[in-house]
Design a protein around this ligand. Structure first.
Ligand SMILES: [Zn+2]
Ligand SMILES: [Zn+2]
Length: 243
């Protein structure tokens, strides 16, 4: 099989999944130029939700919303900034995520994981297991895969921590989260998740993984279900964050 893969690489040199350019590193699916287009998240950040802060005056800075209504998760972190406006550029992360989400390009799934690079802002000593944000089974059937699950798989492999892919489930289908407003998103997703196997999370520290975080309403509902089931703590990791 390895010889066949080499022959295919020779006949069809790999192309970058983002810009389509040919490049030589057969182990990668996204070229260095496209990786360099990733936008870092502007500092300073809220120590809880990972969102932007007005100022970094205090020792453990928290944003106004985390002070007013603390989320169920302990802290959230992301690798890159997600700007919906960048979607017009096919090389951008939003365009890549969109192509992947709607199944237009299945190869993009593996490519997305390369965006993680060595940037995994997670302290593995503070985590016991990794779990993805689940899709409703109807949407999973329609789409065929869950991009959060693919990411969670890669994260657990890199951190060498167990993956519990089915620990959470959606107990009701929700409308797509199109509202920008946090309260509207929260009421749409309220009580949409349940823990399928409470014994798997009892007393454990869970790293919840999703592709994009917008207001944090979805991951907070997942964290609520996990904490209600007896998890000791929930941290959140997303590839990108809408800012
Ligand atoms: Zn490229
Ligand atoms: Zn915050």
């Amino acid at each position: 099989m390895a010889a066949l893969a080499e022959l295919i690489d020779f006949l069809y040199p790999p192309r970058c999944a983002a810009c389509g350019a040919r490049f030589s590193d057969a182990a990668c699916r996204i070229c260095a130029d496209c990786i360099a287009l990733l936008e870092p998240i502007p500092q300073p950040l809220c120590a809880v939700c990972g969102g932007p802060l007005e100022s970094a005056a205090s020792f453990e800075p928290r944003c106004a919303r985390c002070i007013a209504t603390p989320p169920c998760f302990r802290r959230a972190s992301s690798v890159a900034r997600y700007r919906a406006a960048a979607e017009d550029d096919p090389r951008s992360l939003p365009a890549m995520l969109r192509r992947h989400k709607y199944g237009l390009d299945q190869a993009v799934g593996r490519a997305l994981l390369e965006y993680l690079g060595s940037r995994l802002p997670i302290d593995r000593g503070a985590i016991d297991l990794v779990a993805p944000v689940p899709l409703h089974w109807r949407r999973l059937l329609w789409r065929g895969f869950n991009q959060a699950a693919l990411l969670a798989e890669e994260v657990s492999r890199r951190l060498e921590l167990p993956l519990k892919a089915a620990v959470l489930r959606r107990v009701r289908a929700t409308r797509p989260q199109t509202a920008r407003n946090h309260d509207a998103r929260r009421s749409n997703i309220y009580r949409a998740f349940a823990v399928r196997y409470p014994a798997q999370v009892l007393g454990r520290r869970v790293l919840l993984v999703d592709d994009v975080m917008t207001t944090g309403a979805t991951v907070d509902e997942c964290a609520r279900a996990l904490m209600d089931a007896g998890a000791r703590a929930v941290d959140v990791f997303t590839l990108a964050r809408v800012l």
